[in-house]
Ligand binder design. Structure first.
Ligand code: G4P
Length: 535
C-alpha cells in the first residue's frame, strides 16, 4: 500500500495565503538582474526596465563593489523587494552572488520558502548554480527553473533537462517547450495551460502574444509555427511526455521535482509564465523551526527572526537595518515586541519595506514578509522578536571561516576604535572576530579574500581608521562546547590556541587539522565544530 500524497493544509488568512517569499539563484551572467527587473516591471514596482541599478553583485569587480558599498542605500534596497502580481504578494530576497559571500547567501536562503534557479540555455548548470542549489536542497526548498537566453544559440532542450537531472539529482518537468533555437526561436508552448506564446523581438518589454490551443493536433498551430519547426516540436513534445515526469505539486513542494520554463528575460519572454507558476504552485509561507517548537504562519501572535544585518546605510549615523522574516502573525507599525536574547521589549516604530529603489514605512506586514528594522546594534543575526514567547529559531548557521588574518590599526592609539569597528562587522555577519586569550590583537576570519579588502575599505571609510591585515599563525577555527571541567582543563593547557568570538563563545584556533582531532581524542567530553547555530 502506498501513502497518498497530501498537500500541506491551506493557510486560513487570505493575506498570508497570497504571499510568496523567494530568492533567485544563478551563476553570474545567467540573467538574474534582468529577470529581477522584469519581475518588478510586471509587478508594477517600476515603470521602465533599466531602473534596477544594483547589478548582480557577482559581476562586480572589487572597485564596483566598493562603489556600491559606499552608496549603501542601493544595495540595501535590493536586499528584499515586495510587489504585487495578480492576486499574489511577492517578496523577492536578493542573494549576494559572489562566492566569497556564501555564508550571507546561505542565511538569506533561510528566510525564503522557494527559489528560482536561472540557467543560461547555452551554458547549462554552472558551478555557482550547483553550489547554491545544494544549499536549497539542504532545506528542501521547492525550485522553479528558468532556462534563459533562448533567443540565442542554446543547447538542445533534452540535453539541458538531462544535465539538470544528472548534475543536480532532481526530476525535471517541462512547464513550457521552446520552439526553434537561436535566430529561429519563435516562442514556446505552455504545457500547463495549452497555450502558444509567441515572442516579440521588436519590443523587449512587451509580453508575448498568447494563443489558446486545444492540444498538439489543433490546426491553429500551423498558422503560427513554420512547418519545419512544427513537425520537430510535435515530435519533441511527444517524446518529452513519454520520457519526463508530469508536473506533480507535491513532489515540487518537497523539492524533488522542478518545473522548467524556457524564455528570454531580456525579451520579457516566459517571465509572466514563470511568475504565474510561482503564484499558482509556489509555497505559501512555510512553518519555521524553533528549538522549542514549530511556528506556523497562521498563528495569531507575531514572531520573526533576523537573518541579515546591514550597517551604516548613512555613514553619519551608525544605524543598521536588521532584516526580519516574519514567521507568523499580522504585524502593525508601532507594535512592541520582545527581543528574546535580551528579554527586553522593543517598540518597532520605523519598520521599512522595500519597493524597488524606494524604502517605505511598513504600516503592516504579514507572515512571510520581510521587514527592515533600523536599530543601533541591538538586533543581531539569529535574534528572535516575538509577542512574549521565548522562541529560538534554528537553522541559521554561522560557519567557521576559511581564512584567518591578524589586523592592526595603523595608528596604535586607535585600538579601541578598531575593536568597535570589528565588533560591528562581526554582528553584521560580515566577518568572524576572535579575541585570543594571549596577546592584545584580534583575529579576523572570512570565507574569501575579497572580504578582507572590503572590510579594510569599510573600516577606513566608516571609522576613518586605516588598518592592515597581517598573516596569522592560524588557519582553522573551531567552536568548542562541552563539559565545563574538561573545557577548563583543555583551555588551561592550550592558552595559545584559545580565543573568544564576539558572542563570548570559546574557539580553538590552530594551523594543523591534526590538532583538532587531538583535542577531541584527549577530551572526549568536548565537541569541536565548524558551524554554530545563531540563536
Ligand atoms: P546576472 O545578474 O545573472 O549576472 O546577469 P544579467 O541580468 O546582468 O545579465 C547578463 C548579461 O546577459 C547582460 O548582458 C544581459 O543583458 C544579458 N541577458 C539577460 N537576459 C538575456 C536574454 O534573454 N537574452 C540575451 N541574449 N541576453 C540576455 P551584458 O551585455 O553583460 O550587460 P548589459 O550591457 O546588457 O547590461
Amino acid at each position: 500500500m502506498t501513502n497518498m500524497p497530501t498537500l500541506p493544509p491551506e493557510i486560513a488568512s487570505p493575506e498570508i495565503r497570497r504571499r510568496r517569499t523567494f530568492a533567485i539563484i544563478s551563476h553570474p551572467d545567467a540573467g538574474k538582474t534582468t529577470l529581477t527587473e522584469k519581475f518588478l516591471l510586471f509587478g508594477g514596482a517600476i515603470q521602465m526596465a533599466g531602473q534596477v541599478r544594483a547589478k548582480g553583485e557577482a559581476r562586480r569587480t572589487r572597485s564596483d563593489f566598493m562603489k556600491i558599498e559606499a552608496d549603501r542605500g542601493i544595495s540595501v534596497s535590493a536586499s528584499a523587494m515586495s510587489f504585487d502580481y495578480r492576486q499574489y504578494r511577492f517578496n523577492l530576497v536578493d542573494t549576494p552572488g559572489h562566492s566569497d559571500f556564501s555564508e550571507d547567501t546561505y542565511r538569506t536562503l533561510t528566510a525564503v520558502d522557494a527559489a528560482i534557479m536561472v540557467i543560461d540555455g547555452a551554458k547549462g548548470v554552472e558551478s555557482q548554480t550547483q553550489k547554491l542549489f545544494e544549499v536549497c536542497r539542504l532545506r528542501d526548498l521547492p525550485i522553479l527553473t528558468f532556462c534563459n537566453k533562448m533567443d540565442r544559440e542554446s543547447r538542445d532542450t533534452f540535453e539541458i533537462i538531462d544535465e539538470i537531472q544528472e548534475n543536480l539529482a532532481i526530476d525535471v518537468t517541462p512547464a513550457s517547450w521552446p520552439i526553434g533555437v537561436g535566430r529561429d526561436f519563435i516562442g514556446a508552448y505552455d504545457l500547463l495551460h495549452d497555450r502558444l506564446e509567441i515572442m516579440d523581438r521588436a519590443d523587449r518589454n512587451k509580453v508575448a502574444e498568447s494563443i489558446k490551443i486545444s492540444g498538439l493536433d489543433d490546426p491553429n498551430l500551423a498558422d503560427h509555427v513554420p512547418a519545419d519547426l512544427l513537425q520537430k516540436f510535435r515530435e519533441e513534445i511527444e517524446m518529452a511526455r513519454e520520457l519526463l515526469p508530469a508536473f506533480n505539486r507535491q513532489a515540487f513542494l518537497e523539492g524533488h521535482l522542478t518545473p522548467i520554463w524556457f524564455g528570454s528575460a531580456i525579451n520579457s519572454f516566459g517571465v509572466k509564465e514563470l511568475m504565474d507558476g510561482m503564484g499558482e504552485y509556489g509555497p505559501q509561507p512555510q512553518p519555521q523551526k524553533a528549538a522549542e517548537r514549530q511556528i506556523s504562519a497562521d498563528e495569531k501572535a507575531v514572531a520573526g527572526f533576523v537573518f541579515k544585518v546591514q550597517a551604516n546605510m548613512d555613514a553619519k549615523h551608525r544605524d543598521r537595518v536588521a532584516f526580519v522574516r516574519l514567521a507568523s502573525g499580522h504585524f502593525e507599525r508601532g507594535m512592541k515586541l520582545i527581543h528574546v536574547r535580551s528579554k527586553k521589549p522593543m517598540a518597532i516604530t520605523n519598520p521599512v519595506m522595500f519597493l524597488a529603489a524606494d524604502r517605505e514605512l511598513a504600516e503592516e506586514a504579514w507572515a512571510g514578509d520581510i521587514i527592515g528594522i533600523p536599530n543601533h546594534g541591538q538586533l543581531r543575526i539569529g535574534d528572535a522578536l516575538t509577542e512574549g514567547e521565548m522562541l529560538h529559531f534554528t537553522g541559521i548557521p554561522s560557519f567557521a571561516p576559511e581564512l584567518l588574518s591578524g589586523v592592526r590599526a595603523l595608528d596604535p592609539m586607535k585600538a579601541k576604535h578598531l575593536e568597535k569597528a570589528l565588533m560591528q562587522f562581526a554582528e553584521e555577519g560580515a566577518a568572524k572576530v576572535f579575541k585570543p586569550m594571549i596577546g592584545s590583537g584580534f583575529i579576523v576570519g572570512v570565507v574569501g579574500q575579497l572580504q578582507f579588502e572590503v572590510l579594510a575599505s569599510r573600516i577606513e571609510q566608516e571609522y576613518s581608521l586605516p588598518v592592515r591585515f597581517e598573516p596569522s599563525n592560524f588557519t582553522s577555527a573551531r567552536w568548542v562546547a562541552g563539559a565545563k571541567d574538561e573545557m577548563d582543563k583543555m583551555i588551561n593547557v592550550n592558552k595559545g590556541h584559545i580565543a573568544l568570538d564576539n558572542d563570548g563563545d570559546t574557539v580553538f584556533l590552530t594551523r594543523l587539522k591534526w590538532d583538532i582531532d587531538r583535542i577531541e581524542r584527549d577530551y572526549p567530553k568536548l565537541k569541536l565544530t565548524a558551524t554554530k547555530e545563531m540563536m
